[in-house]
Design a protein around this ligand. Structure first.
Ligand SMILES: [Zn+2]
Length: 303
């Protein structure tokens, strides 16, 4: 049994990231598995090595240990290129601008995700050569139009069709950065990950990864999506709330205090008293994680 932490070093870890990391770690440790740390630092505009180092220090401070890694996605680009070659003719260049994409497709679910309408799906070699003179293309994958069935560890049976939600999704951006869906699929399969525990916001993208892993003849992990933390007004807690990032949380709490408060919020213990992470391991199988989100009361993590 192998799980993973897969943080993106685009800033300080936030309360929501900490909750996910704690749950992923508890799940692995409660099954006697191995934890892999993978730094998802492909986007040079957002990611910085100093954030990654702080992130590892924060995980260590919390007592969330790992057995293998860190792996750095930025050093694994050859593997992603190899995967693109393996996908062969099902990968095609897309020359659409952001403005064209927005004009061509209604926003999906209001979460900023757009369904790609397939504009560049059937360009001829001549058209491609012509367009490539003025614009570097992104790459998209001709995703199968089929219902993907899987059983989420916490949320039960799921049925989704990638063509209905995303269309042919990106596998490499026009600036050459490999897309999240591709890198995460390649890595989870290559690293022998058997279980992925992560936030609910990634549930819709799970079928993209299942289809890619199948196309690349890898073995897919089991996925478990955990509730997102939201403010009492229903807004998702965000990185903008500086008083809930690890810098501020570490000023206020000891590791056991912070783990205890999170464990209480997650329903693992009855009172928000200090508990070191490792003492929560035997309690994890009792966690109730099928909900969409968990409400964090205003003052809960402020004192
Ligand atoms: Zn296009």
């Amino acid at each position: 049994m192998r799980g993973r932490f897969a943080p993106s070093p685009s800033g300080r870890m936030h309360l929501g990231n900490v909750a996910c990391a704690l749950l992923a770690w508890l799940s692995v440790r409660s099954q006697g598995g191995e934890m892999v740390l993978r730094i998802e630092d492909l986007d040079p505009d957002r990611c910085r090595e100093e954030y990654a180092l702080t992130l590892m220090e924060d995980l260590t401070w919390l007592g969330l240990t790992w057995d293998e890694g860190p792996y750095w996605q930025s050093r694994r680009r050859d593997l992603y290129e190899k995967a693109l070659r393996a996908l062969g003719k099902d990968v095609y260049p897309c020359f659409c601008t952001r403005a064209q994409l927005h004009a061509a497709s209604a926003p999906h679910r209001g979460d900023g995700v757009f369904r790609y309408p397939g504009t560049c799906r059937n360009l001829t070699p001549k058209e491609i050569a012509e367009k490539a003179k003025t614009r570097a293309p992104a790459l998209r994958w001709r995703a199968p139009d089929e219902d993907v069935l899987f059983c989420d560890k916490f949320r039960g049976p799921q049925r989704m069709n990638v063509q209905e939600t995303f269309g042919d999704f990106l596998v490499r951006r026009s600036d050459g950065v490999h897309a999240y869906q591709l890198a995460v699929s390649v890595d989870d399969a290559a690293m022998g990950i058997t279980e992925v525990v992560r936030g609910n916001d990634l549930l819709p993208s799970t079928p993209c990864q299942l289809l890619l892993i199948r196309a690349l003849q890898g073995k897919a992990p089991v996925y478990g999506h955990v509730p997102l933390l939201v403010a009492p007004d229903g807004r998702r807690l965000s990185k903008r709330e500086r008083d809930l990032d690890m810098g501020a949380l570490r000023d206020r709490f000891s590791p056991a205090q912070l783990c205890g408060k999170l464990a209480y919020l997650l329903g693992l213990i009855d009172r928000p008293e200090p508990v070191p992470a490792k003492e929560l391991i035997p309690l994890f199988p009792g966690a109730d994680l099928h909900r969409d989100h968990l409400v964090v009361q205003d003052d809960m993590f402020l004192r």
